[in-house]
Design a protein around this ligand. Structure first.
Ligand code: ADP
Length: 379
């Protein structure tokens, strides 16, 4: 089998001609950030200040050319564009460029708003007919333990007898492969689709399986819609009771678009007890309300600290904030997860606590939350 290399990819892309200039996209310097992971290839195509829609055929041609290389299973090409002055910054400090992802969905004609101005078309929905319920795990900001909660909640749902998938929608910083101890695994293709990675009895898919760990910079920008939609629709999820989506942190446009495109049955909002995080949590709740997605409830993470030496319990960040916020916002309080070294260690070592120490107090907290989530989905 031909060994895949940057040279081979570049040689192939030299056959793709930009119709505007008549030159090939490599000579024009449009190709960057080639990442080869197993049989999966990703790279960025710079369109400068060009219109992403007009450049879609070129993106498609580049993708087709790479896909045609023997040994290539999938190709993901992102259009990257210079940000226009005054446009909105993405959350989380991923600025510099705006990157337009591609979508397999048809581009519909722009809508005419009552004022005569053109409103953007509603984003096309992603359908997953074999998945009974999709739940989003979200947080208003990063670092509150959203991914830790997502992975342990998924495992707790599995423990309660559900068939579960976990989709890591955090393109900027995928952490699920590491948290599931599956970082070294490569998804295999079956026909045209990619099979999810199996870990601890759940199916998982993440951009982290497809790109190098230090490569996420090429995904920077507010719109990675194409890559994200592929994680939903180009993956063999099979029959699932619940697909848990670990949402990207924040409540910006990208999150809103994702929430609109995916038929989410309910959202779980993760917050730490600090006031500021709760303000962010409120923003998360508002975002889902805007797109009429039911809120299953709030999880307070890093809640109480049980000192392993003296046995005392301390509410380092204050007590009861999430519970009070939940009440105020007429939302369910799903439970609190203690701040505990064992959670950090197991989560960071790829041995999530629900799977590796299911009888621990910490694992039980996740299982309680999973029970409430199941009840919430039924109601
Ligand atoms: P996010 O997805 O919100 O950015 P992570 O899930 O990546 O956050 O968690 C950030 C860090 O905090 C990780 O190192 C994780 O192990 C740790 N962590 C998360 N929840 C807890 C907890 N309840 N107790 C101790 N450490 C935690």
């Amino acid at each position: 089998m031909t060994e895949l290399s940057n040279e081979l990819i570049l040689d192939t892309l030299k056959t793709v001609i930009d119709p505007e200039s008549g030159k090939d996209i490599v000579s024009l310097g449009l190709v960057s950030g080639i990442v080869i992971k197993g049989a999966n290839v990703g790279f960025a195509l710079d369109i400068g200040s060009g219109d992403p829609k007009a450049k879609e055929p070129l993106r498609q041609a580049a993708e087709d050319a790479v896909k045609a290389i023997k040994g290539v299973m999938s190709a993901s090409v992102l259009l990257t564009a210079e940000r226009e002055a005054g446009s909105q910054q993405p959350e989380g400090g991923h600025a510099e460029h705006s990157h337009e992802g591609h979508s397999h969905a048809p581009q519909s004609a722009p809508n005419q708003s009552p004022g005569g101005r053109q409103a953007p078309p509603p984003p096309p929905k992603i359908e997953l007919p074999t998945v009974k319920a999709i739940i989003a795990v979200a947080s208003g900001k990063g670092g509150v333990g959203k991914s830790t909660v997502a992975v342990n909640l998924a495992l707790a749902l599995k423990k309660l007898g559900k068939s579960v998938g976990l989709l890591d929608a955090d393109i900027y910083g995928p952490s699920q492969p590491r948290m599931l101890g599956a970082g070294g695994q490569r998804p295999q293709a079956d026909d045209e689709r990619i099979n999810p990675v199996e870990a601890y009895g759940i199916k998982s898919m993440s951009m982290g399986y497809l790109i190098e760990e230090d490569a996420p910079m090429i995904w920077r920008g507010p719109m990675v819609a194409g890559a994200l939609s592929q994680l939903f629709s180009d993956v063999n999820w099979g029959d699932l009771d619940i697909l848990v989506v670990d949402m990207p942190p924040g409540t910006g446009d990208a999150q809103l678009t994702l929430a609109q495109r995916v038929p989410v049955a309910g959202a779980v909002i993760v917050s730490t007890p600090q006031d500021i995080a709760l303000i962010d949590a409120r923003k998360g709740i508002e975002m889902f309300k805007k797109v009429e997605i039911p809120i299953l409830g709030i999880v307070e993470n890093m809640s109480v600290f049980h000192c392993p030496k003296c046995g005392e319990s301390t509410h380092i960040f204050g007590a009861g904030g999430a519970k009070a916020t939940a009440k105020k916002l007429n939302t369910e309080f799903l439970g609190e997860i203690p701040l505990h070294l064992s959670i950090r260690e197991t989560s960071d070592a790829g041995k999530p606590i629900v799977a590796t120490d299911p009888d621990s107090v910490e694992a039980k907290a996740f299982i309680d939350i999973a029970e409430k989530v199941i009840a919430g989905l039924k109601s």
